[in-house]
Design a protein around this ligand. Structure first.
Ligand code: HEM
Length: 538
């Protein structure tokens, strides 16, 4: 049996109080020894050398010396809040996950918004993708929906993630994002790996400079598989829609905010919550049949660089998120929280999206280093609100005092109970999914279209939004040193829109290449009538 860490073993005069609470009448050492003075070190005479014997000096400086932990390798800068998710019950026919299925069920959540590339101390309003990570402390265990404010990603296979991040992070030589080499490496990567084109144009649009975290959409990006009580499965994509609508800064506003208030977004979030203006989002799903092809009307649902336009498959509302409390302590909560796409609950399964499969490994792996070993799960912000009985033992920074002598199952020594849970007892039982194929290190032909959805996105924008995109490409590519890379970027734009390509070329002082336009989907509402099956969630 694993017992709670809180207060375990503490038998002092204030028995039951968490000894880590940092409260009490007196200042003490970490061992609880009351201290008369915390401003002067122990010396041999007032002008004498400091004594090694001064345990208070050593402990105080030692604790300070080790205050920093590594920042996240990506998404290092973030701000977070607590809240509540209320299920409408409308998803009850597509998933058995209570957090989504049970009408009016309220589940506590912790949500962290972030930029991707900047360090922990970087400015909030940089042009970048924003993270939108939600931890649901469901009664069936923790579920993390680790999304972004854009519905697509740069790459189709997790094996390229170190490469795109190396290309986008500050340059290794100068550690300056604005150094010539950093702009060169980002644009070099996204024009050599052209599956990045769709995500890149979202970044160059106003979506790359949100006005507020409260005014961002959020997307799960991947297709997930939901399972209902009857073991029927569907495929879904998750979307958060902000009650305040989607709003962005202009580039000039973003630049001014970077200088005048680098904490623009985190201040906005905390101030709004403190003032009682609680931000709200509606969670919705697009639902697709779970067939062998995992395609919808020619769009590969396993390709994270693609969307299915909402005009073709509407987003159906399934619940509401309200953020209603700021964290008490930034480090303990916002910094130490550990999201992981691999944290799922019964009723929510993965698909074979090769980006998702790699993420499921990466988060757990990085958190072993970032949070100092396997026991980060016991950090208060990461603890499930469901009972834990996992037979895990020991490890660095173990906080629990498990009882019993037989941490394995079944066992006779501790009485052989409890037993693993089956489907009827709410166990995470995978619904079989058929897999077959040769072992290959290859992509698939359905992943080869890199441009049509970027062209569709650009065509869907209003004129002022298109002007902003044009200016953003001209500005960002203007920081690129190598002419070869700028020319390659223009050949990509030539596939998206002739006027966009021409205007950016003019901005760069280069000739525009011949138009090389791709066909793109026209997501007009009429299309909704010709697409196949629809799945009403209620
Ligand atoms: C962190 C989203 C792709 C590795 C994050 C965070 C978000 C996020 C929101 C911040 C979590 C937080 O607030 O603590 C996404 C999305 C992706 C994606 C939406 C694509 C659809 C990937 C891939 C990998 C990866 C492909 C690796 C193969 C990481 C790592 C962290 C991270 C290592 C830091 C986690 C930590 O230190 O706790 N990601 N990511 N991500 N992501 Fe991703």
């Amino acid at each position: 049996k694993t017992v709670s860490a809180t207060g375990v073993g503490y038998t002092g005069p204030e028995e039951g109080r968490d000894p880590r609470a940092q409260a009490g009448e007196f200042v003490t050492s970490p061992m609880g020894v009351r201290l008369p003075d915390t401003d002067h070190s122990l010396k041999a005479g007032r002008r004498g050398p400091t004594l090694l014997e001064d345990f208070h000096l050593r402990e105080k400086i030692n604790a300070f010396d080790h205050e920093r932990i590594p920042e996240r390798v990506v998404h290092a800068r973030g701000a977070a809040a607590h809240g509540v998710f209320t299920a409408y019950g409308t998803a009850g026919n597509i998933t058995r996950a209570a957090v989504l299925a049970e009408k009016d069920l309220q589940t506590p959540v912790f949500v962290r918004f972030s930029t991707v590339l900047g360090s922990r101390g970087s400015a909030d309003t940089a042009r970048d993708t924003r993270g939108f990570a939600v931890k649901f402390y469901s009664k069936e265990g923790n579920w993390d929906l680790v999304g972004n404010n854009m519905p697509v990603f740069f790459i189709q296979d997790a094996i390229k993630f170190p490469d795109i991040i190396h290309a986008g992070k500050p340059s290794p030589s100068r550690e300056i994002p604005q150094a010539q080499s950093a702009h060169d490496s980002f644009w070099d990567f996204v024009t050599l790996h052209t599956e990045a084109t769709h995500h890149t144009i979202w970044n160059m649009s106003d979506r790359g400079i949100p006005r507020s975290f409260r005014m961002m959409e959020g997307f799960g990006v991947h297709t997930f598989r939901l399972v209902n009580e009857a073991r029927d499965t569907v495929l879904v994509q998750f979307k958060w829609t902000p009650k305040l609508g989607v709003h962005s800064l202009t580039w000039e506003e973003a630049q001014l905010a970077m200088g005048a208030d680098p904490d623009f977004h985190r201040r906005d979030l905390a101030d709004a919550i403190e003032a009682g203006a609680f931000p709200e989002w509606e969670l919705g799903v697009q639902v697709f049949p779970d067939n062998d092809e995992q395609m919808y009307e020619g769009i590969d649902l396993l390709d994270p660089t693609k969307i299915v336009p909402e005009e073709m498959v509407p987003v159906q509302p399934i619940g509401k998120l309200v953020l209603n409390a700021n964290p008490t302590n930034y480090f303990a909560e916002t910094e130490q929280v550990a999201f992981n796409t691999g944290h799922v609950v019964p009723g929510i399964e993965f698909t074979n999206d090769p980006l998702l499969q790699g993420r499921n490994f990466s988060y757990l792996d990085t958190q072993l280093t970032r949070l100092g070993g396997p026991n980060w799960r016991q950090i208060p912000i990461n603890r499930p609100h469901a009972p834990v009985n996992d037979n895990h033992r020991d490890g660095f920074m173990q906080q629990g005092i498990p009882e019993g002598d037989a941490p394995y199952l079944p066992n006779w020594v501790d009485g052989g109970e409890p037993v693993p849970a089956d489907w009827e007892h709410g166990g995470y039982v995978n619904v079989p999914r058929h897999v077959e194929g040769d072992v290959v290190r290859e992509s698939q032909s359905s992943f080869e279209d890199h441009f049509s959805q970027a062209a569709m996105f650009y065509a869907s924008l209003s004129h002022p939004e298109q002007v902003h995109v044009t200016e953003a490409y001209a500005f960002e590519l203007g920081k690129v040193y190598e002419k070869e890379i700028k020319e390659r970027a223009l050949t990509v734009l030539a596939k998206i829109d002739t006027e966009l390509c021409r205007a950016v070329a003019a901005g760069l002082g280069l000739p525009a290449p011949e138009p090389d336009l791709v066909d793109h989907l026209d997501p007009s509402p009429a299309l909704a009538q010709v697409t196949g099956e629809t799945y009403p969630v209620d």
